[in-house]
Design a protein around this ligand. Structure first.
Ligand SMILES: C[C@H](N)C(=O)N[C@H](CCC(=O)O)C(=O)O
Ligand SMILES: [Mg+2]
Length: 373
């Protein structure tokens, strides 16, 4: 089975309610979809969103990096030589992690099809049902409380509450949600880099002193501020998780060495795909550090791939934030990994098990489509 060509599509799914973080507000999932075709008529699927404020990647940059650089480097290669292909993907261009992730996901999908096994089994196997949290967007307090209560009623037992807009308001937001959802849900916070180190310590200490129990706080300060992460980690009881501070294995090692975070959030769009995600989980495992697997606001194609990694690495990846399929008005993918409220069920279909993607709009990239968006 040889890689013959790469095609592109655009997939858009409206959200049930706008997704709001300290960094951005979004009202649709919009992914570049890559289809990697083989000489024996198979197709592997991968996808990537434009999360410019986190990864620096746009739809145009993802398409250009794949079309001009990554795809020409792997066309003609045997799918069975997975390690050689992922090596080519990673080394063909620096950064461009979302483009690399989309291509790795598609190639792993093909590798699974080649051997007739789901990706998680090829990664070592594991439990095929995992449980995700759900995000509560940052908003007016009443709206956040309503959203949190609705999420509990829908069966979610862990809420990932977005903060980082205004420290004083954030304290009130969390106290109100904590009271309204008492004993029904575990609360994790994500400030998306919105606080200074001193603000983070003051907000978290205020919450701790008022009896609010938090599972963890994600990325309290700027991603590049490793000293700031360490400052917060050393001064609060609440476990601190690195998200925007941790992209690939190198950043994970630096964070662990500096004791700048207690937990690492692995996302395929930051690691450049499955290979580095597994490496980070293994590095963290060696150091006794737990990980979360997370996602960007992205389609269920990329999230399905992350679910496979989570299932295979469950001894280290103990926290799951793979909720975007639940945030969309519908799931355009109706086979493979199933997203049913908090439960994510991985089927034993080969690779990702994707048979069809509803509403996928083909992009004629060779004739210039999509490369300027
Ligand atoms: C969607 C997921 N629950 C989440 O919150 N991810 C964000 C980044 C999402 C984005 O802006 O696309 C995170 O963990 O920071
Ligand atoms: Mg985050």
């Amino acid at each position: 089975m040889k890689i013959e060509r790469v095609r592109f599509g655009m997939l858009r799914v409206p959200l049930a309610t706008p997704f709001k973080t300290s960094l951005r507000t979004v009202d649709e999932i919009a992914d570049v979809v890559v289809m990697v075709d083989t000489d024996d008529g198979r197709t592997g699927y991968g996808s990537a969103p434009a999360t410019a404020v986190i990864t620096g990647d746009t739809h145009g940059s993802i398409i250009e990096a794949i079309h001009k650089v990554i795809a020409p480097n792997i066309i003609g290669m045997e799918v069975g030589n997975l390690n050689a292909i992922t090596d080519h993907i990673q080394k063909s261009i620096i950064k461009n992690y979302s483009a690399k992730a989309a291509m790795e996901i598609a190639v792993y999908d093909l590798f699974g099809q080649l051997y007739g096994a789901p990706i998680y089994k090829l990664l070592g196997g594991g439990e095929s049902v995992i449980v995700t949290d759900i995000t509560i967007s940052v908003d007016y307090i009443d709206k956040m409380v309503d959203d949190a209560v609705a999420a509990c009623d829908a069966g979610f037992e862990t809420l990932k509450v977005k903060v980082g807009k205004d420290p004083e308001m954030d304290i009130e937001r969390i106290k109100a949600i904590y009271t309204a959802t008492a004993d029904k849900a575990l609360i994790r916070l994500d400030a998306n880099q919105g606080w200074s180190p001193k603000q983070a310590v003051s907000v978290l200490r205020a919450l701790e002193e008022s009896g609010v129990q938090l599972e963890l706080v994600e990325q309290p300060v700027l991603g590049e501020d490793i000293e700031g992460m360490k400052y917060v980690t050393e001064r609060v009881h609440t476990p601190v998780m690195a998200d925007e501070s941790s992209f690939g294995p190198r950043e994970a090692i630096e964070l662990i060495r500096n004791r700048a975070a207690d937990i690492i959030n692995i996302k395929l769009m930051k690691t450049g795909g499955i290979t580095n995600a597994v490496k980070i989980a293994d590095i963290a495992g060696i150091h006794g550090i737990e990980c979360m697997i997370g996602c960007m606001l992205e389609s269920s194609i990329g999230v399905a791939a992350a679910a496979h990694v989570a299932a295979a690495k469950s001894s280290v990846i103990t926290k799951i934030d793979l909720d975007t399929p639940s945030l969309g008005k519908y799931d355009p993918v109706t086979s493979g990994v199933r997203f049913e409220g908090p439960e994510i069920r991985i089927t034993d279909a080969p690779g990702l098990g994707i048979e069809n993607i509803d509403g996928l709009e083909p992009l004629d990239v060779a004739n210039g489509a999509g490369r300027h968006c």
